[in-house]
Design a protein around this ligand. Structure first.
Ligand SMILES: *Cc1c(COP(=O)(O)O)cnc(C)c1O
Length: 375
């Protein structure tokens, strides 16, 4: 029996291994490990991907989002206790970025269809304290609608994108900014290059993109102790820099972004065509968007544990993203009373099927076949 891992980072990185070894050696030999040319080039490349004017490389995806909120606080746009509308079913890091800045997350349920925040439920969650809406392009599926832009302008709130799972995705919109690429849709966006993400570093790494020059300058200073010029600390900042080594590695992988996205799209299409099981709800394929399939999330409406066990016995490893929603985590007891039935239902029925580069197309056919045998 063929054993199929959920994800093998070693296998995912194998095609780039020789080139990565070379660029890492170059950094070692250069004697320059932070704030160097690899960071400058990476910032330029990520800004190109997001079609934004500015990018700041940083330590990880959580810090990217934390830095955006912190910068808005330093700029006087937000203050302690202000509200940020967030999807209730996101990965906890999106929420941690809000609460770490003493802002208040206002949880909004996802649409069961898209699994992203239900855009139609956002307006009724807006209060006089709302300063931002955070959209999370969960599982690599763009969360966007031009009416969100109109809504944000009308209420004077910022749109912040959590683009940790969706680098290279394209939303379906006429693009009031002239672009529809995730990471360039809102006022600011946070990226993650955590090793398992579509473009993963060999450790932690992240980035902020924006077209707002003031925000850019503030984030740029905050990542580096709040220093705006040498020996001058404008803010009581942080140290959230990315290493030159990670930037050099990411530059190698970023060249292959289109292939990586295309490979995942192809696999999603195979699953979509071949999975035929009335117990399984498949994710929506939106032909008007470019979805980049960070995860392929099915919902198993009954007997999920049995389903996962059945796949495991047949050699297929699966995962759950995410088993416990943020409002039910022990660190967020103050939110545990919230009534979020769609979020909780999703947490109880989701299953992630393998889709990474370490899984072959043949494996995908085989997995679909096994899924269809579950009765
Ligand atoms: C991974 C992830 C983050 C956090 O990124 P890190 O680099 O792990 O800190 C934030 N939001 C979402 C949706 C993520 O998937």
């Amino acid at each position: 029996m063929n054993k199929i891992d959920f994800l093998s980072l070693k296998k995912c990185n194998l095609p780039y291994e020789e080139e990565i070894k070379r660029v890492v050696c170059d950094v070692i030999e250069s004697g320059w490990y932070l704030n160097g040319k690899n960071i400058a080039t990476l910032e330029q490349k990520v800004a190109e991907v997001a079609q934004t004017q500015f990018c700041v490389a940083c330590s990880n995806g959580l810090d990217a989002l934390r830095l955006i909120f912190r910068a808005y606080i330093e700029m006087g746009v937000m203050q302690e206790g202000d509200e940020v509308i967030v999807p209730a079913n996101t990965y906890i890091a999106s929420i941690l970025a809000v609460t770490d800045n003493r802002l208040k997350p206002i949880f909004v349920e996802p649409s069961e269809k898209t699994m992203n925040i239900d855009i139609d439920k956002i307006e009724s969650a807006i209060t006089p304290r709302t300063r931002a809406v955070m959209v999370v392009h969960l599982y690599g599926n763009p969360c966007w609608d031009e009416k969100l832009n109109i809504l944000a302008k009308r209420h004077g709130v910022k749109i912040i994108e959590d683009n940790a799972q969706a680098i290279g995705a394209v939303a379906h919109c006429n693009g009031l900014h002239g672009t529809a690429v995730t990471g360039g849709l809102g006022d600011a966006s946070g990226f993650s290059f955590y090793p398992t993400k579509n473009i993963g570093a060999f450790g932690d790494a992240g980035a902020v993109t924006t077209n707002d020059e003031k925000l850019y300058q503030t984030v740029k200073a905050l990542v580096n102790y709040g220093t705006d010029r040498r020996y001058h600390n404008l803010y009581a900042g942080l140290n959230c820099r990315m290493d030159e080594i990670q930037a050099a590695i990411l530059l190698v992988k970023l060249k292959h972004l289109d292939e990586i996205s295309a490979e995942r799209q192809k696999k999603a299409l195979i699953y979509d065509a071949e999975i035929k099981n009335s117990l399984i709800v498949k994710p929506i394929i939106n032909k008007n968007e470019k979805q980049v399939w960070h995860q392929y999330e099915i919902r198993v409406t009954e007997r999920r544990d049995e389903f996962r066990e059945f796949l495991a016995v047949n050699g297929v490893a699966t995962d759950i993203h995410y088993a416990v929603p943020p409002h039910l985590q022990p660190c967020y007891k103050e939110f545990s009373h919230l009534d979020l039935p769609i979020t909780e239902h999703m947490a109880n029925t989701l299953v992630s099927l393998p889709i990474a580069e370490s899984v072959s197309e043949n494996d995908i056919h085989e997995i679909a076949n096994i899924v269809n045998k579950f009765v």
